[in-house]
Design a protein around this ligand. Structure first.
Ligand code: F6P
Length: 553
């Protein structure tokens, strides 16, 4: 295999890679967590990294000190820290789009200086945050009223991908901190049912639409926003002036916002150096800011910043995103894991994994390296999961006793939210007992001897044996505050970064979603008008014909 055009050796030809392969086959041919703990009981305390309010326990991984050292050597050889520093400096590390990658500037302090093309971007970030705060306060206080003078009681965010998943996830996560008298809904799907269900019980006179789109060209968002405008105007007697009081935009594209009919005075901007999936701490978080208030929003930004600083400055062996990224590489590249489960033991994190799916899979779902060569190694995993206790009664069976290796993150909090009554608060220990029990069962399983010792009939022993050795990371914090949410998101952002850097892929473009968009536009006339679509393949043409026939029935 030739060296890449940039002159760096192919990843799998690096001596550090080979050393890990040898370690896998010679030192840890069948890694066994019972044996690893027996040989090194201190790992329960040693394999813990702390960042901000997060305590990250990685002792239940199929690794030893040597594995960690070899993974660190791979990170050093592949230049992870150099690329990290280039990102923080504002260099154009998104090479295919020739853009800087500066979501970290969104949470930089006011006095920071971060330059893109010689211009400090930090004052602009804070100017928008201040405008958002003023607007959020006006909506929260009732000072901002709708067209008829009624106060706003409903906020509907219309966006998709990064313009939906972040605010929707964070709103759910921080509901206990939200203005409970306001209703928040998130519309993303171009299926008209999504908007219908979101607005059917709302009074247009009390409803604010936030149209969130970086490009302001995304067909789902523009279609839904157009329908929302019709719904509003129909409900308010057709006066076009109503739009200015009921629509705001979050975008990088003032021209398109104006073209849509939203006053650019009601636009909150962000910049091309903020990727969609890295954007909810930008103007894209306006709905969240209205929900939790500007102070809480800033606490969340502080949380992001704690992890940014840690990622930048902590030594490699105590660097949480680096360690988590490298563990993923160990499983994906050396132990053939295909997926990664994220299992929060918190109802409020019900959308957390869906958010991470875009963050991780849109970033690292790539099969060419930064020079455009096909990669000869596995890249991003399939990320999946739902809140843990529900998952236990659904798919955990496969993790425990199936044939696949599925590393998992278990996330939990020491305290339930303050507003629960005492009886509900008391359920929290049971919730967390489940988290700890699952980590234990996954790691250590139950041997056939232990099963037999319980008097289980011999023919049932294989069915009741748990092989164990299913690795988990346990992330604990005292409670799910805005700051802790920011810390968690930054942790995963940088974990994804680390993996992309080692794999030598561009984690910041997303060309893979383009083809489907183009084809949908091309196919649509065949559905609506029965138009002949040149180049439609026979299978899709037959499906379109069947669809049209079914519609006629
Ligand atoms: O799915 C592709 C994508 O470009 C995402 O990266 C982005 O978050 C989403 O579409 C929405 O894009 P926009 O904010 O421009 O509407």
């Amino acid at each position: 295999m030739p060296d890449s055009p940039s002159g760096s050796p192919e990843l799998t030809r690096r001596p550090e890679w080979t050393a890990l392969e040898n370690h896998r086959t010679d030192a840890l041919p069948q890694p066994d967590l019972r044996e690893l703990f027996a040989a090194d009981p201190g790992r329960a305390e040693r394999y813990v990294v702390r960042v901000g309010d997060l305590r990250i326990d990685y002792s239940k991984h199929l690794i030893n000190d040597e594995t960690l050292a070899l993974l660190q050597e791979l990170a050093a050889a592949t230049g992870v820290s150099g690329l990290r520093d280039a990102m923080f400096r504002g260099e154009r590390i998104n090479i295919t789009e020739d853009r800087a990658v500066l979501h970290t500037a969104l949470r930089a302090p006011r006095d920071a200086v971060i330059e893109v093309d010689g211009e400090n971007v930090v004052p602009g970030v804070h100017a928008v945050l201040d405008r958002m705060a003023a607007f959020a306060d006006r909506v929260r206080s009732g000072e901002w009223t709708g067209h008829t003078g009624k106060r706003i009681r409903n906020v509907v965010n219309i966006g998709i991908g990064g313009s939906d998943l972040g605010p929707a996830m964070a709103y759910e996560a921080l509901r206990p901190f939200s203005a409970r008298e306001l209703t928040f809904r998130f519309v993303s799907n171009v299926d008209g049912s999504d908007l219908h269900e979101a607005v059917r019980d709302l009074d247009p006179a009390e409803t604010l639409f936030i149209v969130a789109s970086k490009t302001f060209t995304t067909i789902e968002t523009i279609t839904n926003a157009t329908s929302a405008r019709s719904w509003l105007l129909e409900g308010l007697g057709g006066d076009e002036k109503a739009v200015a009081k009921h629509f705001v935009a979050l975008s990088t594209n003032a021209e398109k916002v104006a073209g849509f009919g939203i006053d650019v005075d009601n636009m909150f901007e962000f910049w091309d150096w903020v990727g969609g999936r890295y954007s909810y701490d930008s103007a894209i978080g306006l709905s969240l800011m209205i929900a939790i208030g500007p102070d809480r929003f800033r606490e969340m930004l502080d949380g992001f910043r704690i992890v940014d600083e840690h990622f930048r400055n902590a030594p490699a062996e105590a660097n949480a995103p680096l360690l988590m990224g490298l563990l993923g590489i160990w499983y994906g590249n050396f132990l053939d894991a295909q997926s990664h489960a994220v299992l929060p033991y918190s109802h409020y994190l019900s959308k957390f994994t869906a958010y991470l799916q875009q963050l991780d899979m849109e970033s690292n779902g790539k099969s060419v390296d930064r020079d455009g060569n096909p990669v000869q190694w596995q890249t991003g995993p399939v990320v999946w999961g739902t809140p843990g206790t529900n998952g236990q009664h659904a798919y955990y069976q496969l993790i425990h006793q199936g044939t696949k290796l599925i590393p998992a993150d278990l996330i939990g909090f020491a305290r339930p939210v303050a507003e629960l009554n005492d009886e509900l608060k008391a359920q929290h220990d049971l919730l967390m007992a489940n988290l700890f029990a699952q980590g234990q069962a996954l790691a250590f399983g139950k041997t056939s001897e232990e099963v037999r010792a319980e008097g289980v009939p011999e023919e049932q022993v294989p069915h009741r044996t748990f092989q164990g050795n299913h690795p988990t990371t346990t992330i604990l914090a005292t409670e799910l505050t805005p700051s802790v949410l920011g810390q968690l998101i930054a942790l995963y952002e940088h974990k994804v970064f680390v993996q992309g850097a080692v794999w030598n892929i561009d984690s910041f473009d997303q060309w893979g979603v383009e083809l489907g968009k183009v084809l949908a536009k091309r196919v649509e006339p065949a559905l609506t008008e029965g138009a002949d679509v040149p180049g439609l393949d026979p299978s899709t043409a037959a499906l379109v014909a069947a669809y049209r026939n079914l519609r006629e029935v």
